[in-house]
Design a protein around this ligand. Structure first.
Ligand code: C2E
Ligand code: CA
Ligand code: CA
Length: 602
């Protein structure tokens, strides 16, 4: 085999380094490092320089693991001078933070394989702990007493700190400092392992704040953030050491209660949590009241793995919300059925959008004085391939949750405008078309542009389009809402406030909204025609609307008595089964023709 020059050089160097070690070891009484190394001839100057200036600490120990040489970096890193540690056993550097097992394994590996490397927590002279990357080799010589150890040690504390920070960040939520979803999952998995082994129970709580979005929208995200921070602290205080609180995302928190002796313990916690929400949170001088809906699932009753427990706690939370918020529900099987149905519905809805299974129905609005058609409200229906024509209540909540509502509403608006334009052209000249707008659609930054675009496409007179928004949409994010409404008004579009009386805007706020029409919710007429209080409200709303120069439309007019009542109060328009139910466009058209030809139907 040909020995190259480079190899030869390396071989030579290796021999020299070996000789240094031999000499160090043979010199059994070194006073200082310098004295040891001074014994070497100038040939070894380079090695000495390397030993002296290397950033990594180097130490050499004899066969009994007693230190016989260390370099300056080692002294700097550990805080010990060579004199202080000469002949001491290597163990003195070990900190109690590293388990004995690690050291045991380390020596076993060195004995077997001749070397070991790994990360160790060591201790400096001043007691400070530091992370180090250590490589130790056992150098075997001709005689056992000449064997020695050479170790290289690197301070990796900074790197470890960065690593720890990264680990912390990937497991914690930056806003509340609570464990995040990833850590929660780990903790649940650990709890399952433990509970399985020791035959224990535990509880998973899923909390969702009620109406958090409104806080964010009306008071701003910074207040929303503060509220979450306060709630996080509050929850942690209540739970203490009985479990762990995590922020699952958005306004959702999850709590693991482990170990748990019985369900009553979990319920006692839940009670405290719900009670704690009765005290408002002080955010930047604002007292904010919030509520939470809580769902619980228990291990092992409601699931044996993380996903099942989570899904079930979530279903239970959803039920708690449905049951009227600020409540707690424990999971039961029928809930899962509910969420399965919901999933199925969502799937079918997406399909329905693609397959164009929706239809617009039209319901007449009548001029109370003239008794003639005044306008029409567009109301969506789903022509379901198996279930037939479905009303909006059967699918709009799911469409809103999934965001599909935006596409659907766009389609309704376009279809209704197209149809109305046709009716205008066919002689129903001043017919006003009213279209419902969902919160999600209204919130879109380009909402006004979309309306303009549809008006342009369909060539409908903007003055004959009326958009129905609800009170709640207008009072959350009031400034943006008013701005959008003003823009719409500028292009001539009419605006009406739907379901008036059911939301929480006060009458005094109404003057800020640039609306044309108040639409009194059908519940005021419907509860009972003898209901004096409701009638008083209807009268009050009509007179107040008049004083603010709004026109008024009453919905849900089913009887002549109801019609008379609102007519006497000066209500302008009426909508209800008394005139017509919502109908498809052909049927609606024939009702309109009949009404047009007949004399006053009122
Ligand atoms: P809404 O805007 O309050 O619509 C009036 C509802 O009252 C309609 O229910 C209508 O059929 C019903 N109604 C009309 N007259 C009477 C009556 O005399 N008696 C009774 N008991 N009910 C009457 P519908 O069509 O089931 O719609 C329910 C809700 O769904 C609507 O309430 C509206 O909020 C929403 N909606 C309907 N279509 C759309 C749409 O295209 N987009 C959006 N975003 N929401 C829609
Ligand atoms: Ca409406
Ligand atoms: Ca309504």
């Amino acid at each position: 085999m040909k020995v190259t020059g480079k190899k030869l050089l390396m071989k030579k160097r290796k021999k020299k380094v070996g000789e240094i070690h031999d000499r160090i070891l043979k010199n059994r009484e070194p006073r200082t490092m310098k004295t040891i190394l001074e014994k070497f001839s100038s040939d070894y100057e380079n090695v000495w320089q390397l030993f002296k200036h290397m950033n990594d600490g180097i130490m050499i120990a004899d066969n009994q693991q007693n230190i016989i040489a260390v370099n300056p970096s080692f002294e700097k890193m550990t805080g010990y001078t060579f004199d202080e540690i000469a002949h001491k056993n290597l163990r003195f550097l070990q900190s109690e933070k590293t388990s004995r097992i690690v050291f045991h394994d380390m020596w076993e590996k060195i004995n077997l394989a001749g070397s070991w490397s790994g990360e160790l927590m060591n201790e400096r002279k001043n007691g400070e702990l530091f992370w180090s990357y250590v490589s130790i080799a056992h150098i075997k010589k001709d005689r056992e007493e000449n064997n020695y150890f050479i170790g290289m040690i690197r301070d990796i504390t900074d790197r470890k700190k960065v690593e720890e920070r990264i680990t912390y960040l990937s497991y914690h939520d930056t806003l509340t400092q609570l464990p995040n979803r990833t850590l929660f999952k780990k903790q649940i998995k650990e709890a399952i392992r433990h509970a399985k082994h020791h035959d224990e129970k535990f509880a998973m709580l899923f909390l969702d704040l009620d109406h958090f979005k409104k806080v964010n929208d009306s008071l701003g995200h910074h207040i929303g953030d503060q509220l979450l921070q306060h709630i996080a602290k509050r929850l942690q205080k209540i739970i203490g050491t009985t479990g762990t609180v995590s922020r699952f995302g958005g306004d959702e928190f999850t709590i693991l209660l482990h170990p748990l002796h019985n369900k009553a313990e979990a319920y006692a916690m839940v009670k405290q949590i719900i009670q704690s929400f009765q005290t408002p949170v002080d955010c930047a001088g604002e007292k904010i009241y919030s509520n939470t809906s809580i769902g619980i699932s228990f291990y092992p009753d409601h699931g044996l793995d993380f996903h099942t427990l989570l899904k079930n706690a979530d279903s239970a939370m959803y039920q708690a919300k449905q049951a009227g918020r600020s409540q707690c529900q424990e999971y039961n099987y029928s809930m899962n059925q509910g969420s399965r149905d919901r999933l199925q519905l969502e799937r079918e809805l997406r399909n329905a959008v693609q397959e164009k299974q929706f239809q617009v129905y039209y319901q007449l609005q009548v001029d109370v004085e003239k008794g003639k058609p005044y306008g029409i409200e567009a109301l969506i229906r789903w022509a379901h391939p198996k279930k037939g024509i479905l009303p909006p209540a059967a699918f709009l909540p799911a469409a809103e949750e999934t965001g599909l509502i935006v596409k659907i509403d766009d389609w309704v608006l376009r279809t209704a405008c197209q149809q109305t334009k046709k009716w205008h052209d066919e002689g129903f000249k001043d017919l006003v078309i009213s279209v419902n707008i969902s919160q999600k659609q209204f919130d879109r930054y380009d909402f006004v542009d979309r309306v303009k675009q549809i008006l342009h496409e369909t060539q409908l007179d903007p003055g004959l389009l009326c958009l129905e928004i609800t009170e709640n949409m207008a009072i959350t994010q009031i400034e943006q809402a008013v701005e959008k409404l003003n823009e719409l008004k500028k292009i001539g579009v009419q605006l009406s406030l739907d379901d008036f009386g059911t939301g929480y805007s006060s009458l005094s706020q109404l003057k800020y909204f640039p609306i044309n029409t108040l639409k009194i919710d059908k519940s005021f007429l419907q509860q009972s025609s003898e209901d004096q209080e409701n009638h008083a409200i209807v009268k009050l709303i009509i007179s107040m609307a008049k004083s603010l120069n709004f026109s008024v439309i009453c919905e849900g007019v089913e009887t002549k008595e109801q019609l008379l009542l609102i007519r006497n109060e000066g209500c302008n328009h009426a909508q209800g089964y008394l005139f017509s139910k919502p109908l498809d466009f052909q049927n609606c058209e024939s009702v309109m023709r009949t009404m047009k030809e007949n004399v006053n139907i009122v």
